[in-house]
Ligand binder design. Structure first.
Ligand code: ATP
Length: 567
């Protein structure tokens, strides 16, 4: 049987005994020639330093894999958590400029991508830098002119690689953006599938999604072409180095400057160096892709929370519920040129019911948004019991408000949890049922197979039923201020009449509740203490139903038109 013999240093490797050939191969270039059994310290030491690190990676693969797996898991979890809480605490205006698809891709794929950088690319870069560095030192020891010429080749390779890496970073960012846009289209289509089906726009929707996919394919195609150029440059450089090395090395052997053994070693180590440079380049380009994709993630994670959550405001000992809009003007941050509310002045006295009416887009909901401090007025201020709203503790203030919005969207939780949502008091099931009864929701909830335990999903409940649950949620808090923005629009006339009766009442007899109602159905607000009529962001009329009819202005006109429409 032949002995394993290193063709580099001519030493026999039988003395390694049971060592596996992968390890031997890492140190010696093997042939199966017979010869004396001895150990070459030079090959062993240099080979171990240069290649041993790579093989050590193989040897420790299980542990390393496990370690990086755990590190990845912790990192992804931590990143998602940080990003989620950072997003959760942003101003509402932030969400006006972002799309749901974009934010969900940041939380999903992008966080995963960032962890890949730490878990994989950095590890490989470190390994190849060590391997390449070892090779370079040995090459310079062998022959510094040959070592330096290999270094020149590697520098050219590094320059190409840097340019390629930068391109990859840009491409990755573009891919993330286009993918997020494609996700947005898909998300929109799924949520509006009924509209798509009814209007028969399946083909258009398909086209819309395909357009983004084609854009994505175009970027990926260019990315692949860039990869081809990068690979081609590497191969050209690598092979020409070998040819030049053999050419000049051969001439040097003939001239007696170096030995054949030295040249063989040189070719072998320069191959390692170039390959290490290539691997570093390849990993850096992956790293750049990840960096490109993760830039926005880090940017979002770095955003400071809304100042509302940082500044500690005043908590009033007693809240009477007096609200005063003082010369309030406002434009949305996303549309600074379009003034939505202008010089609004009105007071809601404690216990008063004030209705806000007006044409669509006249700024009614915007006034409510300002009162909820979802946005800050651009001019003027809102006073609560004579204290500027912006000076109040935001959590304290919101705890005292019951709000039912235009879209009765519920959370994917059971009905009890939906009613209890956001209630800081200690509530029992009987309190939840009390609130549901007040909102005329108890009967339909009890008729469901799982009653209050029924999981809410979008198709399960009608618009009116969802609205009643939202009203029950607002009532359970027993709020000092109740804001109803088209809150009963989906209810039938009888339910609306019944619900309206309970909205004004409070559980403790001594207390009063201020109510702000926005409604298009003017018949529902006739009993309000005061009606504020808005047009183009301004208050044009104010008074009771009777006073406004006598004035014969916009309100009287709207009332007549609605009565005509009913007739
Ligand atoms: N988040 C937003 N960003 C930019 N503009 C907005 C935003 N929300 C509303 N607007 C604009 O502000 C104006 C007033 O809107 P608002 O919702 O206050 O009207 P509204 O009187 O409540 O209408 P509706 O009766 O139809 O609910 C509209 O022109 C609308 O386009």
């Amino acid at each position: 049987m032949g002995h394993l013999r290193c063709i580099l240093c001519s030493h026999c490797c039988c003395s390694f005994g049971d060592f596996d050939t992968a390890f031997l191969d890492s140190i010696h270039l093997l042939s199966t020639e017979c010869g004396p059994c001895c150990f070459s310290p030079e090959c062993a030491v240099v080979g171990s330093v240069v290649r041993g690190f790579g093989n050590m990676q193989v040897k420790t693969f299980g542990i390393r894999g496990c370690f990086f797996g755990i590190a990845n898991m912790i990192l992804v979890k931590r990143m998602r958590e940080t990003l989620y809480s950072s997003l959760l605490l942003q101003d509402i205006s932030f969400f006006d400029n972002e799309t749901v698809g974009d934010l969900t891709s940041r939380l999903g794929a992008d966080c995963q991508q960032v962890s890949r950088v730490i878990g994989n690319d950095l590890n490989l870069i470190m390994r190849n830098v060590l391997q390449g560095g070892g090779s370079l030192i040995y090459l310079l020891i062998l022959s510094w002119p040959l070592g330096l010429s290999t270094l020149v080749v590697c520098s050219i390779l590094a320059a190409v690689m840097l340019r390629y890496g930068r391109y990859q970073k840009k491409a990755a960012r573009l891919i993330q953006e286009v993918t997020a846009s494609a996700n947005d289209v898909a998300q929109e289509m799924f949520s509006l599938i009924r509209t798509v089906r009814v209007y028969g726009t399946e083909e258009e929707e398909h086209g819309r999604y395909k357009w983004w996919l084609e854009k994505l394919a175009d970027i990926s195609l260019r990315q692949s072409a860039a990869y081809g150029v990068w690979n081609f440059s590497f191969n050209i450089l690598y092979h020409s180095t070998q040819v030049i090395a053999v050419l000049f090395g051969g001439m040097s052997i003939l001239a007696g400057h170096i030995t054949a053994e030295k040249l063989t070693k040189f070719i072998l180590y320069s191959e390692w160096l170039i390959y290490s440079t290539w691997w570093v380049g390849d990993n850096i380009s992956n790293l750049m892709q990840s960096v490109g994709a993760s830039e926005k993630v880090f940017h979002l994670m770095d955003l400071s929370p809304s100042s509302q959550f940082i500044e500690r405001g005043v908590k009033l000992q007693r809240l009477t519920g007096c609200i005063e809009f003082l010369n309030v003007s406002f434009h949305y941050p996303s549309r600074p040129m379009a003034s939505v509310v202008q010089h609004v002045n009105f007071v809601v006295h404690p216990g008063e019911v004030v209705a806000i009416v007006g044409l669509s887009g006249s700024g009614k909901s915007t006034l409510v948004n300002l009162l909820l401090r979802l946005y800050e007025p651009t001019n003027g201020q809102i006073l609560i019991d004579d204290i500027p709203l912006k000076d109040l503790d935001i959590m304290w203030w919101r705890e005292r408000i019951g709000f039912v919005g235009q879209e009765p969207k519920l959370f994917r939780m059971d009905i009890s949890s939906n009613i209890r949502y956001g209630c800081t008091q200690d509530v029992k099931q009987k309190d939840i049922e009390w609130a549901a009864k007040q909102a005329y929701a108890h009967n339909f909830i009890s008729a469901l197979p799982n009653g209050y335990e029924t999981l809410v999903d979008d198709d399960l409940l009608s618009g009116g039923q969802k609205q009643r649950i939202a009203i029950a949620r607002a009532l359970l808090r027993d709020p000092k201020i109740l804001i109803l923005d088209e809150a009963t629009s989906a209810l039938d006339a009888e339910s609306e009449h019944n619900v309206k009766g309970v909205l004004r009442s409070v559980r403790s007899d001594s207390a009063t509740r201020s109510v702000i109602v926005i409604a298009h159905r003017l018949s529902t607000i006739q009993a309000a203490d005061r009606i504020v009529v808005m047009d183009g962001g301004e208050i044009v009329e104010m008074g009771s139903h009777r006073e406004l009819l006598l004035k014969d202005g916009l309100y009287a006109r709207l009332t007549r038109k609605q009565a005509d429409a009913m007739a």
